[in-house]
Design a protein around this ligand. Structure first.
Ligand code: HEM
Length: 564
């Protein structure tokens, strides 16, 4: 009874239910999200003031920006509000605004929207509000570009959140008798693998042991920068820094995952490695284009066979690559055991010895994590370098902090990073301006009411991080590079601004976050100790483009000048 009166107070009337959705489900969705307000609190505030069924007590606190400034809550009943105020009815998806199928077709296929997904996110948010729907063929997607709604969705997650329909990934794995990995797995299988892997790499202290290996790679990165700039007329400019950071990231993840060096950063790269890199680069680029293979329905494949064929070919290559390394390591361990030696090692050794995952699961996870760990890190390093070159004042502040705490040449390790809040702030601000994943997905596992709309279980959501990252209401002077906005007392890891969550949030967030942070922080610290990064006459304005990930749209060219 109490529940019923609560709901009736908050809903003056109920929506026309979606086809196939009963009013009972709408009520249940509301009940599921009742605010956690104690009877005592209700009496104190007066029952009438309980403002909406969506407003959890946690979400009512103002969400501060990075450095503790209090941000304004979105006004009730604006597109940004998650509230369903008394007097407001819950609306159905049919009433949700959004671009028509034809508009999307023109935008994506005629105007090459696939390379501007981040801009389209912003454009549609401006046109339709912070929650809108789009149709991609038969697929309905509800896009959310409001930090409070994003927070609400992610905080309502169950134990095994689902990101998107991974049917094509699963189909390939079934076809080849392979396992799913962390990115493609769902439900119980995902939970099992995640619980094994999270114990090994999810905390900063878990990945601290990789500092030594990563620092060796950084030493090679610095040598390579010196070689490359010596080939330029001014002796200082390095063109297309992403190329070198790609090699750095690949070498870094190979060191961490496969416990071996590949020689990507050597002056004379072994021919075998050159072929390897070329094959991998091709695979990564092919992989991106074939991402769309899943969009071609099965029945169309006999007429349009290429995307699916390419999709399978690129996965074959990726699996083959990791299988070679996993098998090498396995043989090494077996030989050590035969000789009666003690076996010590990193992540892969640990997985092979513990047998918590099957061999097929190890192959799949090494493949998917390797894939997830290269471009993400290299793009972010490229953008960070670009931003530091364009903001010498910020660079000077960061450099001074490094010198104050570590001196001009002390090689840092993971334990040193917390002493350098500015370097962490540089990474956070870089990822706010250039979130590698400009949008993320979730499939709702319950009926939810979001922004006043009834969103049935099983709906594909697109969480528009790029849009929210540039929202003036969440980040003052949002267009500007201001790392200091992230400085604050206490734990910098705490998420209290869902406007920028570049690694996602919650149970299904990025498992490689600590690895990426380690690789980026240690590299930036040492690059700044060694060089002053400056713009060069060859530095152009570089805009972002989307190619699956948010990538630099052109080559980034900057000077690496020796520090005195
Ligand atoms: C700057 C670097 C990186 C960024 C910005 C990034 C971002 C993300 C994001 C946004 C997600 C989705 C999270 C969610 O759905 O809530 C994700 C998932 C994932 N990332 Fe990263 N990532 C980065 C580096 C890495 C690295 C180095 C690895 C390698 C270990 C990695 C492995 C993964 C995996 C395996 C998943 C899927 C996790 C799961 O579904 O359980 N990422 N990443």
């Amino acid at each position: 009874m109490a529940v019923f009166s609560h709901i009736s107070r908050n809903f003056c009337w109920l929506p026309a239910a979606e086809p196939g959705v009963s009013w009972g489900r709408v009520l249940a969705a509301g009940f599921h999200q009742l605010p956690k307000v104690s009877p005592w609190e209700r009496r104190r505030k007066g029952d009438g003031q309980v403002t909406g069924i969506l407003l959890r007590s946690k979400q009512r606190q103002p969400l501060p920006e990075g450095h503790g400034q209090t941000q304004q809550q979105p006004a009730p009943n604006t597109p940004g509000s998650v509230r369903a105020l008394p007097g407001n009815r819950v609306k159905s998806l049919r009433e949700m605004p959004g671009p028509s199928t034809i508009t999307n077709l023109v935008e994506f296929f005629y105007r090459d929207g696939f390379s501007r997904i981040h801009e389209i996110q912003q454009k549609h948010t401006q046109e339709y509000g912070r929650i809108f729907k789009s149709h991609f063929g038969p697929q309905l997607v509800v896009s959310i570009a409001d930090r409070d709604m994003v927070a609400h969705v992610l905080r309502s997650e169950k134990s095994a959140p689902q990101r998107a329909n991974m049917e094509s990934w699963k189909e390939y794995r079934d076809l080849r008798g392979r396992s799913t990995g962390l990115i493609s797995a769902e439900g119980e299988k995902w939970l099992k693998m995640r619980s094994v892997l999270r114990q090994k790499i999810l905390k900063p202290k878990d990945v601290a042991i990789f500092s030594g290996g990563v620092n060796e790679v950084i030493a090679d990165l610095i040598k390579m920068i010196q070689t490359l700039r010596s080939r330029e007329g001014d002796g200082e400019t390095v063109t297309d820094v992403n190329n070198i950071f790609f090699k750095y990231s690949m070498e870094g993840v190979a060191t961490i995952f496969y416990e071996c060096r590949m020689g990507c950063l050597e002056n004379e790269i072994p021919q075998k490695t050159v072929e390897y890199i070329e094959a991998l680069e091709l695979m990564f680029s092919m992989f991106k284009t074939t991402m769309y293979a899943g969009a071609v329905p099965k029945w169309l494949r006999p007429i349009l066979p290429k995307p699916w064929r390419e999709f399978c070919r690129s996965w074959d290559g990726l699996f083959h690559f990791s299988q070679i390394h996993v098998d090498n390591k396995l043989r090494e361990i077996e030989a050590q055991l035969e000789r009666g030696e003690e076996v010590k090692g990193g992540l892969l050794t640990c997985l092979l010895l513990s047998k918590e995952l099957s061999m097929a699961e190890i192959y799949a996870n090494m493949t998917e994590m390797f894939l997830a760990g290269v471009d993400t890190t290299s793009f972010t390093l490229s953008w960070a370098t670009f931003l530091l070159a364009k903001h010498p004042d910020v660079q000077q502040m960061v450099y001074e902090e490094i010198v104050r705490n570590l001196g001009k040449s002390q090689v840092p390790n993971a334990e040193d990073v917390p002493k350098l809040p500015l370097i962490r702030a540089v990474l956070k601000e870089t990822l706010r301006l250039y979130p590698v994943l400009p949008g993320n997905g979730r499939v709702t596992q319950d009926d939810l009411i979001i922004g006043g709309y009834f969103v049935p279980k099983g709906t594909q959501l697109a969480l528009c991080h790029y849009s929210t990252s540039y929202e003036e209401e969440y980040f003052s002077a949002a267009e500007e590079f201001r790392p200091e906005r992230w400085l604050r007392k206490g734990n910098m890891d705490r998420v209290d601004n869902f406007g920028s969550i570049p690694f996602g949030y919650g149970l299904r967030s990025c498992i490689g976050r600590r690895i990426a942070e380690l690789e980026i922080h240690l590299a930036l610290i040492q690059l700044l100790q060694k060089f002053e990064i400056k713009t060069s006459p060859k530095t152009k304005e570089v805009k972002a483009k989307t190619h699956g990930l948010l990538a630099p749209g052109d080559s980034i060219n900057v000077k690496f000048c020796d520090r005195n």
